[in-house]
Ligand binder design. Structure first.
Ligand code: PXP
Length: 250
């Protein structure tokens, strides 16, 4: 298990390279090429979310990522039978279970683990047996952290979207409250023996306070890095995120 002194890992989410590709229905730009570039630029892992409606990443992308990556793949998926079968076929390094509603623009909240404890415990058991590290994407809420621990997850990923939105919209008191909750639940999760990750909506402006939590082992960042790469290129965008994370940790 990663300890406080471990290096903070950066997982680069490449979903939105596929979003741009799919806008024209062809093969360009190729998310696999972006993943290899991200790897060369210092990404410690690649994250991809195969959504039920395949709006960005496709089944073929997942197959390709499993073939070409040298760093671990973090496969994000909803807790459905279809996704479980796909994960069991590929056996990625990590599986992150996320809530998913077809109509939402992005993953809007954390998983309601506490309400679905039995089902989720059964759902993740075969994934763990297949050798994937199971992570549960949850809000920074004690009930959810405890439930994720009880169902046998090894990792929790805390949803930073509320913190980032509050920052972007200038609601600084709320932002600071969110940050406090994230810090407390990071410490609490770690004290239970869970590895703690964080992600969603992180930018150059919001990453440092989260990266500074000594117990956070990994950040997963996608939309901002892919957006920023329009302006400065993918490798420099990743390098700058890495620099800010390292600075916060130092
Ligand atoms: N972590 C999880 C579990 C996610 O679902 C997402 C979005 O797919 C991210 C991290 C990355 O969020 P963003 O693209 O906003 O950086």
């Amino acid at each position: 298990m990663t300890t406080e002194t471990g290096k903070l890992r950066l997982g680069v989410n490449i979903d939105h390279v596929a979003t741009v590709r799919n806008a024209r229905g062809g093969a360009y730009p190729d998310p696999l090429r972006a993943a290899k570039l991200a790897e060369e630029a210092g990404a410690d892992g690649i994250t991809a979310h195969l959504r039920e409606d395949r709006r960005h990443i496709s089944d073929a992308d997942i197959e390709g990522l499993m073939d070409v990556l040298s760093v671990p793949l973090n496969f994000e998926m909803a807790a459905t039978d279809e996704m479980q079968k796909i994960a069991l076929r590929h056996k990625p390094h990590a599986v992150c279970i996320v809530p998913e509603k077809r109509e939402e623009r992005t993953t809007e909240g954390g998983l309601e683990v506490a309400r679905e404890e039995n089902r989720l415990a059964h759902f993740i058991a075969p994934l763990r047996e297949a050798g994937s590290r199971v992570s549960i994407f949850i809000a920074a809420d004690m009930r959810q952290v405890e439930a994720a621990h009880r169902i046998g997850a090894e990792v929790i990923e805390l949803h930073t979207g509320g913190y980032c939105d509050a920052h972007a919209e200038g609601r600084f008191d709320e932002r600071d409250d969110e940050l406090k909750r994230l810090r407390e639940m990071t410490e609490f999760g770690h004290s239970l023996g869970l590895e703690v990750h964080a992600g969603h909506g992180l930018t150059y402006d919001t990453v440092k306070p989260i990266a500074a939590f000594p117990e956070v082992a990994e950040l997963n960042i996608g939309h901002f890095i892919i957006g920023e790469s329009i302006f400065r290129g993918l490798a420099p965008s990743i390098a700058e995120m890495r620099r800010l994370m390292d600075e916060a940790r130092a």
